[in-house]
Design a protein around this ligand. Structure first.
Ligand code: ADP
Ligand code: MG
Length: 679
């Protein structure tokens, strides 16, 4: 008796070596093979012999002149050959390792074969036997393969697997969902993914499997959310509301309505016995740091400690500085820990932290090291959270005895991605900038106009304001980055002579040096700061009101938006000049969009449109699930539907125990690993 969990070695044509090759594609069992779906389908055009070029893949239609002859040779290898009449010519057709096709081809009958044309030999290497009915559009599944295994070999193996065990594929969606959405049964869908009878059937198969993927994903997300926020893990943080209100009165400005709203949301979470797992989204400059500070303050009034983790040392320094200033005289003790904290100071900080003498710990990923022990950690905040690996976030979260967690991000997540990337979190949004902010006036100029930009920069410097100059990003070469930045720095130093001071900042510098340079810029000792993208996140120097970005077309929209967000940080008018000569239409389009919008959400939707979900968050730590069939952007409505259905099913606390849901629960368990941002 065959089983889906059997090794593929039971198939004919699979020996030791092929097993190894298939393993590299993630295929070990019969089930893996059945679920190894084509990644696309190729439209197949019927052509006449004169139109075909050598090695082209085409469909030839004709009459079989002979029954096929099959020769077996070597280990489980075979060659099937027959001749067919196409137009007025005789063509030899050869199929490798698909002996079962013999039953499909008969002398004097019409056949249509998809294959690769060899012009010299007038022969076709067959890939697929097609339906011959007229008017039927045809297409061939294309699998992702590697050098060691060919399309047709894989097709033949899948065919075997379907013949052997295709009927054993179990339905895993509840019956009511199949009926409600008219979804194809699973076994049928699997077959139709590989060997569809028609395009229509294939579409229905795809639809069913996409729904299944989304539904399983959402079911798992909800389960996770229930676990994350469960009561047994949480603390009820009894902060002192009066103290918090008094403290807010001492702030140099009125909070925006959005800031008040999200502080309330966060405080309500902290007070509840449930565990907080919340994402705070807010465009650059919307005042997230203040919200973080208030949440941390609240936690301290309840006798807990708080931690603020940031991705760069520059940002850690800056937060340390602004929190120290903010909490001056309030009795709240703030300390900073980064990899450049000296050994002695570090020992002292760790000691005081574990004694509970430090209330708020600000730092980089240094905070997640083993030796860092909190006394009573109640809240963990990560700023610019997309910059951290999932693991780092998790370790910090596990530091205390399950502290509440707040993730902050300035990369607005398009709605279409948010429900997959952050579906398991509660979300707060600051959708308002502090009063009096003027939109950053953005212009796009060509490189040859750079000196005239420098002239307008000079006028701005004259009025006492400051400027950033951002150097182009050079993919994977920090050395070239530095060389570039140095050259630009020299050009500007020459241009401004002794009239204005220019500073240079890049990633290769020691942290001490970086700090000094930032401090000089903050204190207006240097008026112009030439920098690589190390300043991209979070840096706050409100007196800097102009930014020039060189070779701006090398950056994505989201990153340009982040960079530009370094200016326009108070009520002064501010400017951004994009210097670029894009070669591609897309590059030009990006520059244009930047001059037209300063709304992070609009830009992120555009970015997604132009780059696709894979690139949206940048490589690896995308946090996005890897759906095999479903497309979270194109099939977004289905994704939402699947979410609604998952919420409904979870309303029945007993659903797992019900017999009719046995297969569903099993499939969910299998897919839990797909929630990659959980590790
Ligand atoms: P981001 O959300 O990008 O992290 P910040 O928290 O750094 O933004 O705030 C940007 C600037 O706006 C800072 O200079 C901060 O002091 C100021 N700010 C924050 N909230 C307000 C407010 N309600 N009114 C005026 N200025 C504010
Ligand atoms: Mg910030």
């Amino acid at each position: 008796m065959m089983s889906l969990t059997d090794s593929i070695s039971i198939l004919s044509g699979v020996g030791e070596k092929r097993m190894e090759v298939l393993k590299t594609l993630g295929i070990e069992t019969i089930n893996d093979l059945l679920m190894y779906f084509p990644f696309r389908y190729e439209d197949i055009q019927e052509k006449s012999l004169e139109e075909i070029s050598d090695q082209e893949k085409v469909v030839l239609k004709g009459i079989a002149l002979s029954d096929p002859v099959v020769n077996f040779y070597g280990f489980k290898k075979s060659r099937l050959i027959f001749r067919m009449m196409v137009d007025q010519a005789v063509v030899t057709v050869t199929f490798f390792n698909q002996p079962f096709l013999k039953s499909k081809i008969h002398t004097s009958e019409e056949v249509a074969i998809f294959g690769k044309w060899d012009a010299k030999r007038k022969s076709l290497t067959g890939l697929k036997v097609m339906a011959t009915k007229d008017g039927d559009e045809e297409f061939a599944p294309i699998y992702s393969v590697n050098k060691q295994i060919k399309q047709q070999t894989l097709v033949a193996l899948i065919k075997q697997a379907i013949d052997l065990s295709g009927d054993e594929v179990e339905e895993n969606l509840p019956q009511y969902l199949l009926e409600k959405y008219r979804l194809m049964p699973k076994d049928q869908a699997v077959k139709a993914m590989h060997f569809p009878e028609s395009i229509e059937e294939n579409k229905l198969a795809r639809r069913r499997l996409a729904f299944e993927e989304f539904f399983l994903f959402q079911m798992n997300m909800i389960q996770l959310k229930r676990q994350e926020t469960a009561k047994e893990f949480g603390h009820a943080i009894q902060y002192d509301i009066n103290q918090l209100k008094e403290f807010i009165k001492t702030l140099p400005f009125e909070l925006t309505c959005a800031q008040k709203r999200v502080v309330n949301e966060i405080c309500a979470d902290m007070k509840s016995p449930y565990h907080m797992h919340r994402l705070l989204q807010g465009d650059v400059g919307s005042g997230k740091t203040m919200v973080a500070a208030l949440a941390l303050y609240a936690v301290v009034t309840a006798g807990f400690q708080g931690a603020l983790m940031v991705p760069t040392e520059i940002l850690a320094e800056q937060h340390m500085e602004s929190l120290t200033e903010l909490f001056k005289g309030s009795g709240v003790d703030v300390a900073l820990l980064t990899s450049s904290t000296k050994a002695k100071a570090r020992r002292d900080i760790l000691e005081r932290l574990s004694q509970g003498e430090i209330d708020i710990m600000v730092g980089t990923h240094s905070l997640i090291q083993d030796e860092v022990i909190f006394n009573r950690l109640g809240l963990v905040i990560t700023d610019e959270q997309h910059r951290f690996g999932v693991n780092q976030r998790r370790i910090l979260r596990e530091k205390g005895d399950q502290p509440d967690v707040l993730f902050m991000t300035a990369t607005p997540i398009p709605r279409t991605l948010a429900i997959t990337a952050y579906g398991e979190m509660d979300v707060s949004v600051i959708d308002e900038l502090p009063a009096g902010r003027k939109p950053i006036e953005t212009r796009w100029v060509l490189p040859k106009q750079m000196d005239s930009v420098l002239e307008s920069m000079e006028r701005l410097l004259k009025s006492g304001q400051q400027a950033y100059v951002i150097c182009p990003l050079i993919e994977e070469s920090e050395i070239l980055d530095v060389k570039n930045a140095t050259e630009i720095y020299e050009h500007l130093s020459t241009f401004f002579k002794s009239r204005y001071q220019v500073g240079l900042l890049h990633g290769k510098m020691k942290s001490q040096e970086k700090e000094e340079i930032m401090a000089n810029f903050k204190d207006n000792q240097t008026q112009v700061l030439v920098s690589t993208t190390v300043i991209e996140v979070g840096v706050n120097v409100p007196n800097a009101t102009m930014m020039m970005i060189i070779d701006a077309d090398r950056f994505g929209l989201a990153q340009l938006h982040q960079l530009r967000g370094r200016v326009g940080r108070d009520s002064k008018a501010s400017y951004c000049v994009l210097v670029a000569n894009p070669k591609s239409e897309q590059g030009k389009e990006r520059m244009k969009i930047m001059t037209e919008s300063t709304d992070g959400f609009v830009l992120s939707e555009k970015d997604l449109e132009m780059r696709g979900p894979g690139d949206f968050f940048g490589a690896k730590q995308s946090g996005l699930p890897d759906f095999k069939v479903g497309d979270m952007v194109a099939d977004f409505i289905m994704l939402e539907t699947a979410r609604e259905e998952a919420i409904l099913l979870w309303q029945d606390n007993q659903w797992v125990e019900k017999v009719e849901n046995k297969e569903l629960a099993k499939s969910m368990a299998k897919h839990q690993g797909d929630l990659i941002y959980l590790d």
